[in-house]
Design a protein around this ligand. Sequence first.
Ligand code: NAD
Ligand code: MG
Length: 400
Amino acid sequence: MIGVTILGSTGSIGKSTLDVLRRHTNRYKVIALTANGNAQELLEQCAEFQPVYAVLADQEAASTIQTGLSERSPATQLLAGKQALEFVAQLPEIEYVMAAIVGAAGLLPALAAVRSGKRLLLANKEALVISGTLFLEEARRNSAQILPIDSEHNAVFQCMPARFEQGLNQVGVKRILLTASGGPFRTMPMEELAGVSPEQACAHPNWDMGRKISVDSATMMNKGLEVIEACLLFNASPDQVQVVLHPQSVIHSLVEYADGSTLAQMGNPDMRTPIAHALAWPDRIESGVEGLDLFSVARLDFEPPDEARFPCLALAYRAIRDGGSSPAVLNAANEVAVEAFLNSRIAFTAIPEIIAAVMDRIPVAEVLDLEGVLEIDRQARSMAEELIVNKNQESGVSKS
Ligand code: NAD
Ligand code: MG
């Protein structure tokens, strides 16, 4: 039996992971489940999976389920606080950790898993984007395996030759083609974008996801973060990673080889496929996802992304080319701006404006250690918040 910790079990990826594990109780044992504040959902999950640990990052939320937990999952120990997330990511009785917390909040627990040599199933792209090579070096030093859950990177991993870590040129790989659906606003008239609501932005045409990544998909910052993620995971230069709009989300990404071959991984858009792939790799297991019906798919369309419509994509390329602290600044500013948009404090079109302004104001610096990453993350967050407050004051003044 393989012991598994799921960081962020109450989220969209967390629930899809539990759905795969539910089908393979003879192969995997859920040892720890964690959530931020959704105590009731965590309690229900514990009642079903009877883990050894349940963790709530929010201390107050934890007290609300202590009684329920001792009745419905008496062997489960309830822990609270951020450090408990790191604790359950490095337990000796686990081999795999699903990193499915959203945003930079997932960095330290994901790093704890890597430092203790676990197989890390990486959904939490922000953790990798902000810590970059530091994260990968920790994995190498501790023989931790990182398997991508992001559907595009999982697809690329499936299409890569076995020895890709030696360098893409050495193994005859020319380019990585990351597919993108274009989100809900791919064809909306540009002048309407400023007025879209959080609900419209979260209504993704093909994928059912958490709110933050849904907004990222609507701005295409999600694809920008994924370009950075691909450069890191596959040791590619930004020029070797091309984004291709593919509205049907059936091809999850492609790898182009020197001999003219292009390999693609296809499937219905359901995260249980990459999750099952990474859980079982190098084997294959049932995920609950139906195979593709090519006759009902019928056609596949491709187009280049529109840079004017999706300025976040160019900002992400700028960040990876600048290197150093720049991806961490991009990510922090984006997290703050998306949260402000979701709380109706700024317009959808202000998201890239805030990010660009923060990137312009914080000079690119070398990032030497984790402390440096966390410091730059704090600095970029407070700069973004300040710009949002100023922006709102200015518009308040002009309105009155
Ligand atoms: P979600 O919002 O549905 O779930 C997030 C989970 O993280 C929840 O369990 C929540 O309780 C927990 N969490 C949030 N903030 C936390 C904090 N401060 N401390 C501790 N726990 C916290 O998000 P999601 O859609 O499942 O996405 C999770 C990650 O996976 C993101 O990084 C996202 O980019 C990535 N991802 C998601 C999908 C998808 O289809 N949903 C696809 C690819 C990649
Ligand atoms: Mg993705």
